[in-house]
Structures are given as C-alpha cells and as structure tokens.
Design a protein around this ligand. Structure first.
Ligand code: DBV
Length: 248
C-alpha cells in the first residue's frame, strides 16, 4: 500500500456514497502508464494511474496517482463543477519527492475577493482549517501568481514526517472533502446570464493557469515524453477548453 492509496480509496468510497457517481471518460492510453527510471541498482518503476468520474452537479472529478517508490508519490485530485453552479473547485495536491512532502488542500474559489462568495464558501471551512493549522504549519514559499486561485482556508504545508501525512493530512483531506460534498448538496442552479458568464470566465482562468503552470509537467515529460505529457494535461487533467470547443 503506497502513501496516498488510502486517500484515493477514501475519496472514491465517499463520492460513491454521497453522489450519483458515473464514469468520466479517460482518453485511451492514459488510464495507466509505466516507465522505468534510474540506472542499475537504482532502477525504479513509475506508474501513473488515472481516475475519472462525474455527478449531476460536477462536470469532472479526476485523480492522477503517481507511484514511483518510497520517495516519489503523488496524488493530484481535483473536482471541476459544472458551469451552471458557483461551486469552488476541490483541489488536493499531495506530493512526496526525495526532498520531502508537499501538501496543498483547498476549496479553490471562483471569485477570491468577493465577500459574498467568501461568506458562502470560505467561512464554513475556516474552523476546519484552524483545527489543522497547529499540526500543519504554513508551508512557506509559494508562487505569488497562484494566490488568486486559493482561498483563505488554503492548507499548504510541508511535513517532515510521513506519519504526519498518514494522520493529520489524511484527517484534513477527509474533512475538506466531506465539507465540499455538503456544498455540492446545497448548491443551486445558476440561471442568470451575467452570473453564468462570470462563472465561465473564472473557470477558464483557473483552468488555463493550471494547464500552463502544471508543476508536474517536468516530471511527466522526463518519465513519459513531451507528447504523452501535453496530451495528458490538455486532454484529461485540465480538459475544459477542449470540451467547450469540441476540439479533440
Ligand atoms: N500538480 C498538479 C498535477 C500534478 C501535480 C496535475 C499529477 O497540478 C504534482 C500531478 N505538484 C506536483 C508536483 C509538484 C507539485 C508542486 C510533482 C512538485 C514539483 C517540483 O518540485 O518539481 C499546488 N503544487 C506544487 C507546488 C504548488 C502546488 C504551489 C509548488 C510548486 C512551485 O513551487 O512552483 N495546486 C498546485 C498549484 C495550484 C494547485 C500550483 C494552482 C492553482 O491547485
């Protein structure tokens, strides 16, 4: 059992329990991908597996799970709501590299600076955030340009010990996901055209940023080559633009 497998298992079980979950198509060749990296005694297999679901209010629920031995484990898990809901994105980036663990967990807002939006989607999360803050201190250096995409309840931390990931981070992940699913349950259809336009723009802004700045691009390119990587990013991980234009 690798470090983030329990996170993935938990998420899928809870989603199945609380949503009318359907599969979301994963383009051929991207469900599972292997490479051998390193030389001689240091050879290691890196396996990337993908998971995709959808639900009535949620356009795409997807996960990428990278397993490459003790010092290379990643679970990137994002929920993209349909464009006729003002729901935030659920974003989890759980990363273990030779240098240590890097954890990002948030309900990523569509409208970061709108007080009404904060009241609706950030304030209810702040008590959960504060519960974990003492065990999961702020992770420091963080790309300034990414700030608009995170809420004030952004859990960003770099635990030294794996045990902290297995305990506090796992508990935080569960609480954030449960809270997100409560938001989903409550979310009402948006129908006025001004709001719909704003949501679409905010979704595209987020999506373009993430596709362009994907911190995993370098890693995937080294393992699987540039062609596979770009297609994985634009055709699966961050696919909204293609889905909107119908380009394949
Ligand atoms: N990050 C992804 C996807 C990944 C992934 C799809 C499937 O968006 C993994 C894999 N994240 C990943 C890896 C690293 C990070 C780092 C492998 C380490 C990169 C490296 O050090 O080589 C949150 N993830 C990060 C960082 C941040 C995030 C802030 C540090 C990167 C840096 O310092 O530049 N989550 C990430 C992020 C957004 C988000 C930037 C922006 C909206 O939601």
């Amino acid at each position: 059992m690798t470090l983030y497998q329990p996170f993935l298992d938990y998420a899928i079980a809870v989603l199945q329990d609380r949503l009318d979950l359907q599969p979301y198509p994963i383009p051929a060749g991207f469900e599972s991908k292997r490479a051998i990296i390193g030389k001689g005694k240091h050879q290691e297999e890196v396996l990337t597996t993908s998971y995709g679901y959808q639900a009535p209010k949620l356009r795409q629920i997807r996960a990428a799970h990278v397993q490459g031995g003790k010092s290379l484990q990643v679970l990137n898990f994002v929920i993209f709501p349909h464009l006729n809901y003002d729901l935030p994105f659920f974003g989890a980036d759980l990363v273990t590299l030779p240098g240590g663990h890097l954890i990002a967990l948030d309900m990523q807002p569509l409208f970061r600076d709108d007080p009404g939006y904060q009241t609706k989607y950030t304030q209810p999360i702040l008590p959960i955030f504060k519960t974990y803050q003492q065990h999961l201190p702020w992770g420091g250096d963080f790309p300034e340009e990414a700030r608009p995409f995170f809420s004030p309840a952004f859990l960003w931390t770099r635990p030294q010990q794996t045990e902290v990931v297995e305990t506090h981070v796992f508990e935080a992940f569960k609480d954030y996901l449960q809270a997100y699913l409560s938001f989903v349950k409550q979310a009402a259809l948006v129908s006025d055209s001004q709001s719909l336009g704003d949501i679409k723009q905010a979704q595209l802004r987020y999506l373009r940023y993430r596709a362009e700045k994907d911190p995993a691009r370098g890693m995937f390119t080294r393992f699987y080559g540039p062609e596979w990587t770009e297609e994985y990013i634009h055709g699966f991980l961050f696919d909204l633009e293609r889905k909107l234009t119908g380009v394949r």
